[in-house]
Design a protein around this ligand. Structure first.
Ligand code: HEM
Length: 142
């Protein structure tokens, strides 16, 4: 019994390569640098927003510490990290701010700059952007 299990596990591993941890490619979370990498991306993005006259006015009344915590949580969960996002839905959090598609693009531009600066691979950048892209519907009004 034990012998056949020892044979079966490596066999299953070679069949279902992606389900065996020693063969998996690094998760997006890992490629973003894990918790430290995501904290740095979040802080970098906050600095970009602060310096971006096109969009900074939207954040005039925002509790920045809360925003930082929730954005980091969200990026962590989205990228497959060990976090549970505890904030509001994108729709409820952004309703009433009159965020345009141009505003959305401006924020994404800042995010790309930050990831570029942190030497995140283009592939990982694109994976994160692809996860964020569908959210524009809930965030911007057009
Ligand atoms: C990739 C796109 C975006 C993501 C992932 C995102 C994520 C978030 C998160 C996680 C929160 C916190 C939610 C909560 O308070 O429960 C938040 C809040 C907020 N977001 Fe976004 N956001 C995005 C785009 C934008 C854009 C383009 C703007 C404006 C230019 C914006 C403006 C705001 C503001 C002002 C708040 C704070 C709302 C408040 O003070 O209650 N967001 N966002």
């Amino acid at each position: 019994m034990r012998f056949s299990a020892m044979l079966a596990i490596p066999l299953l591993c070679s069949i279902f390569v992606s389900s065996c941890s020693h063969n998996t490619a690094p998760s997006l979370y890992q490629q973003l640098g894990g918790a430290d990498g995501i904290a740095a991306i979040t802080d970098g993005l906050l600095r970009e927003i602060e310096q971006d006259k096109r969009i900074v006015h939207h954040f005039a009344d925002t509790d920045i510490d809360r925003f930082r915590t929730l954005l980091a949580e969200q990026l962590c969960q989205l990228s497959g990290g060990p976090c549970v996002y505890s904030g509001g839905t994108m729709q409820e959090s952004h309703t009433g701010f009159n965020i345009s598609l141009a505003d959305y693009d401006a924020l994404v531009e800042g995010l790309i700059k930050v990831m570029q600066r942190q030497q995140i691979s283009i592939s990982a950048q694109n994976q994160l952007l692809a996860l964020l892209a569908p959210m524009y519907k809930d965030i911007s009004y057009r």
